[in-house]
Structures are given as structure tokens and as C-alpha cells.
Design a protein around this ligand. Structure first.
Ligand SMILES: Cc1cc2nc3c(=O)[nH]c(=O)nc-3n(C[C@H](O)[C@H](O)[C@H](O)COP(=O)(O)OP(=O)(O)OC[C@H]3O[C@@H](n4cnc5c(N)ncnc54)[C@H](O)[C@@H]3O)c2cc1C
Length: 401
């Protein structure tokens, strides 16, 4: 397949656009995510060169290496309702690499189902992205809510995510994305996107927009599954279903930016500063009358001890053990964080490594050549060599040619 060349202005036909979408364009491939585009703008030759703040990072400035598993399900998140004994369980788990991104929309669906039972005292199991948004939306719908979880932020998997709006990152396999699923996904993505707009410009910047640059040595390089790879493809939904939410990209050829002979493609992305954002969600939940109890459940039979009859199950990867749901596949991801640099306001992607300028620390991550990187790997041991590779790959861009 011919890929559009960086720096050309050729309009993309729909077929090529979708083919390009299949390429999981890595412009923003921070969580192995694809970011949809409507073709890139070429910069006018007369435009002033791009000015970018120099990065202050190095392996000596690594402050933390964290590892986490994305809860991937081939068929997408589980949102059905199940009766177990006297309890009605509304499931809300299995969001792959899109849990933060889809949280408001997905939890809105779960809350609607829980409220439809007529009960007004509702439990949420789990205090990650999905549990917190479920809890808040239940309160807003008029329910009394207790959130039960064995761990709270920052000790939940959600706290170890990259922090970008990547709503179709490892959300399901392409062959499982039925028309009904696509419709559901688009409504979750749109609902979440709109809710995130209400969280911009707040103290501590829980949510903000950043520019992100995909850097390549070759104008034709795109990150995608090789055509000879027979494994199922991950669904790539953004450009097909929510293209109107995606700003146009812009291309920068050699000489028009600070990175020597490289080719750059700029996109604009929404970023979550996860510590500030999780804290905001917790504070809002408690300030609105929500209650939190620390509790661990070993089997669904343990729910009998809860006074609530209706529960939203937002246990994420924990649902694999709790509900014996082996459709959840772990996808390992590791972040290396370095000391924060407040003036850094742009992200980078280069040679299978992403860099995200979060306020709580600069975040570096090897995301590999395609979305199978880390697939079916539940090892949680930090890998220092991988962390250093991530940092060195990005800092290497700033060395003189
Ligand atoms: C490296 C990496 C990068 C990522 N980047 C992004 C990104 O940029 N954007 C994005 O949208 N998504 C991203 N994700 C995906 C996102 O982090 C997940 O989809 C999301 O965190 C899932 O949230 P959750 O609330 O379902 O689960 P969790 O955060 O795992 O929360 C589960 C909660 O349930 C509780 N629990 C679990 N089991 C039990 C039990 N048996 N008893 C009691 N309590 C229990 C836990 O204590 C916790 O409170 C990334 C993931 C990884 C690993």
C-alpha cells in the first residue's frame, strides 16, 4: 500500500484515508494508539522554522519506572447486566488502552443501566478511571453511592497510564467491531470527549491539549502491522467514526524544525495529567456525598455482604481473577518518568518510543512496532534497560547532526 508522503498536499480519498487508518498512524501512537487525521497540511515554505523548547532529560533524571497491564478484550469492554444471587451486577470493565479516554461515555452507559433497576442505593466496585466516573455520574443521577475497592489512586492501574485521549487504543480486534459495537463506541467516545471539554482550564491542569510530533527518518514511515502478519488486527475506529473531533495534522520537512534531517508530523491531542485529574475525581466524588470503603472481593459470592442490591463492576484487569473472565488479555506497558520540566508543552514519537510532557514528570515509553507490543504479558517487573532505551531514543533527537 502506498502511504501518503509527509510534506505532500495530495488530498486523501476515503479509501486511502481508511487504509491509512488501518496503518494505525503513529503520530500520536503513545499508547500504541492511533490518532485519526483528515490529511496533513503542508507548511508554507516561507513559514518561520518551528521553535521547540529543548528537552532536559536523561537516564540520570529517571525518578520512577512503573509497569501496568491494559485489560484488553478482543470483543471490547464488557457492559452487560448479570444477576448473581440477589445482586444485579452492571459490568463496566475491559477497556484495553482506552480506559481513561472512554470512561465518561462507558460509565454513563453503566449508570443508565444501574438506575434503570429503580434502586437508588448503588455500589461501585473499583476506584480506577471507570469506578470513579461511574461513582460521580451515579451521584449526579441522584443515587447514594459507596465505592468499594481494594486499592485507591495512586495505587490503581489507572494511575500508571500514559494519559492521552486515545479512545480506540487496543479497544477490540477489527473483526469484532460489529456495526452495533461501532455505534456504541462512537457514542462513548463523543460523550467522553464532550465531558473532557468541561475539565479544561482548571487549576492544576487535570486536562489540557498538547501538540505531538511524530518524527521519522523517512517520509514514508508509518507504524502499522506488517502486511505479512497474520494475527488479528486491532480495530482502528477514530478516522472512520469521529473524524470531526480530530484536528488536521501539519507536516514539517528537514530544515523547518530543530531535529536535523528528520520529517515531522504534528497533531494536537488531549492529555490527562493523571495525578491531578484522579485527585480531582476523588475530591468531587467525596464532596458530592460519595463514600469510599476499602474492601477486597475474592469471588462474586463475596458481594453478599454488601447492603446494596445493584453494583457497577469496575474492577478492570481485576475482573479476570474475580469473575474468572479469561477473555481479558494483559497488555504490558512500562513508563519511565523523569523530573518535571514545566516549559515542555509538546510530545514526541520516534522509533517506537513515545514521550509525553506530563506536568508530574516527563513520561517515556517504548511502544514497539505495533499494538502487539506487550500483548499477553502480565509481568509487572520494571525493566531498567527498556526505560533507558526509551529516554535515550528521545533525547538522541536533540543531539547535533
Ligand atoms: C502503560 C499504559 C498506558 C495507558 N495509557 C492510556 C492512555 O493514555 N489513555 C487511556 O485512555 N488509557 C490508557 N491506558 C489504559 C487505561 O489505563 C485502562 O484502560 C484503565 O486504567 C482501566 O481502568 P479501570 O478503572 O477499568 O481499572 P483499574 O484502574 O485497574 O481499577 C480497578 C479498581 O478495581 C479494584 N479491584 C480490582 N479487583 C478487585 C477486587 N477483587 N476486590 C476489590 N477491588 C478490586 C482495584 O483496586 C481498583 O480500584 C493505559 C494502560 C497502560 C497499562
Amino acid at each position: 500500500m502506498n502511504q501518503p508522503k509527509l510534506g505532500t498536499q495530495e488530498p486523501l480519498g476515503r479509501r486511502r484515508l481508511l487504509a491509512g487508518a488501518g496503518a494505525a498512524l503513529l503520530v500520536a501512537a503513545v499508547d500504541g494508539c492511533s490518532v485519526g487525521v483528515l490529511g496533513a497540511k503542508r507548511r508554507a515554505a516561507s513559514a518561520a522554522p518551528l521553535q521547540l523548547a529543548p528537552l532536559r532529560a536523561g537516564i540520570d533524571r529517571i525518578t520512577q519506572i512503573t509497569v501496568c497491564t491494559r485489560p484488553f478484550r478482543a470483543q471490547g469492554p464488557r457492559l452487560d447486566v448479570e444477576q448473581i444471587g440477589q445482586k444485579i451486577i452492571v459490568h463496566n470493565y475491559g477497556h484495553g488502552g482506552s480506559g481513561w479516554s472512554l470512561s465518561w461515555g462507558s460509565s454513563g452507559i453503566a449508570v443508565h443501566k444501574a438506575m434503570a433497576t429503580g434502586e437508588r442505593e448503588i455500589a461501585v466496585i473499583g476506584c480506577g478511571a471507570l469506578g470513579l466516573t461511574s461513582g460521580l455520574l451515579l451521584l449526579r443521577a441522584g443515587a447514594r453511592v459507596t465505592l468499594y475497592a481494594k486499592d485507591l489512586p495512586p495505587n490503581v492501574r489507572s494511575s500508571l497510564a500514559t494519559g492521552l485521549w486515545t479512545p480506540d487504543s487496543r479497544i477490540c480486534f477489527e473483526d469484532q467491531a460489529t456495526p452495533a459495537f461501532k455505534q456504541l463506541w462512537a457514542s462513548m467516545a463523543r460523550q467522553s470527549f464532550q465531558t473532557y471539554q468541561t475539565l479544561l482550564g482548571l487549576p492544576g491542569n487535570p486536562v489540557e491539549f498538547i501538540d505531538n510530533y511524530f518524527v521519522s527518518d523517512d517520509p514514508n514511515t508509518l507504524r502499522r502491522q506488517s502486511p505479512t502478519d497474520t494475527r488479528p488486527k486491532f480495530a482502528d475506529l477514530q478516522r472512520e467514526l469521529i473524524a470531526d473531533l480530530i484536528p488536521r495534522r501539519e507536516d514539517f520537512g528537514p530544515g523547518s524544525h530543530p531535529f536535523n534531517e528528520h520529517y515531522l508530523r504534528r497533531s494536537t491531542l488531549m492529555m490527562f495529567n493523571i495525578p491531578a485529574y484522579a485527585r480531582l475525581l476523588m475530591e468531587d466524588f467525596l464532596a458530592n456525598g460519595g463514600k469510599i470503603e476499602i474492601a477486597e472481593f475474592h469471588t462474586p459470592a463475596d458481594f453478599v455482604k454488601l447492603r446494596e442490591k445493584v453494583l457497577i463492576n469496575a474492577t478492570g484487569y481485576g475482573a479476570r481473577a474475580l469473575f474468572g473472565d479469561e477473555s481479558i488479555v494483559p497488555v504490558r506497558g512500562q513508563l519511565a518518568r523523569t523530573i518535571p520540566q514545566p516549559e515542555m508543552n509538546y510530545g514526541l514519537f520516534y522509533k517506537g518510543v513515545s514521550f509525553v510532557p506530563r506536568r508530574d514528570g516527563l513520561v517515556f515509553q517504548v511502544v514497539g512496532d505495533d499494538d502487539y507490543y506487550g500483548f499477553n504479558d502480565d509481568t509487572a517487573v520494571p525493566d531498567r534497560v527498556e526505560a533507558e532505551l526509551a529516554v535515550n531514543t528521545i533525547t538522541g533527537l536533540y543531539k547535533p547532526a
